[in-house]
Design a protein around this ligand. Sequence first.
Ligand SMILES: NC(=O)c1ccc[n+]([C@@H]2O[C@H](COP(=O)([O-])OP(=O)(O)OC[C@H]3O[C@@H](n4cnc5c(N)ncnc54)[C@H](OP(=O)(O)O)[C@@H]3O)[C@@H](O)[C@H]2O)c1
Length: 195
Amino acid sequence: MIIGSRDAGRAAEAAERAKGLVPDGDLRGLENAEATTAAEKVVVIAVPFASQASTLKGLSDVLREDQIVLDATVPLGPAIGGKPTTLVGVWQGSAAQQAQSLVPAGVKVVSGLHTLSADLLTDLDHDLAQDTLICGDRKADKAVVIELLSVIDGLRCVDAGRLEQSRIVEGLTPLLIGINIRNKAHAGIHITGLA
Ligand SMILES: NC(=O)c1ccc[n+]([C@@H]2O[C@H](COP(=O)([O-])OP(=O)(O)OC[C@H]3O[C@@H](n4cnc5c(N)ncnc54)[C@H](OP(=O)(O)O)[C@@H]3O)[C@@H](O)[C@H]2O)c1
């Protein structure tokens, strides 16, 4: 796994921190464009909504048609000076659809990971026991992402439909942030009744 950053030094530090948690992991850090070039298939975008567009525009020369962008961006209120418990309306419908409008033609966007707390993901002693809702226009692209995420213990991926459904999924995050603030918790989601 390659961790990207605007700064190669910060990327290397992040990779070292991750190695502290997963000593056997094959991890390295590179500047964002170099990380994207070196990425085999899936490029994860996890930046604040306010910088999603500039980040993707900065990668437009290096993203390839054989790559899938897994976008975890949530358009939260702070992007426009608001609260993290509010969702910002996005002209394209969702952050994921904005991402699709910004990547080069042929590059497919899949969205997911919106409701997973970073604190829980980095606490490897905690049983995650959560779902993540995956949106995308092609089943084959979602299958690649779902296979990749299957390495995360306790995480179940649920296909939530086309990319346009991401508008609804992204809206769950500010809802959960409010629930978490009121309950001092790291609540996530679990869809019941599935086989
Ligand atoms: N944190 C969570 O628990 C969580 C859960 C679900 C979804 N999300 C979503 O995932 C995204 C990232 O969340 P986060 O909490 O990881 O955010 P973050 O820590 O504020 O930012 C993640 C990284 O984005 C880069 N970045 C920050 N400002 C930037 C800018 N102006 N331009 C370009 N890159 C910038 C930084 O990397 P460098 O400085 O190294 O370039 C930073 O380390 C958000 O859209 C958030 O809503 C977060």
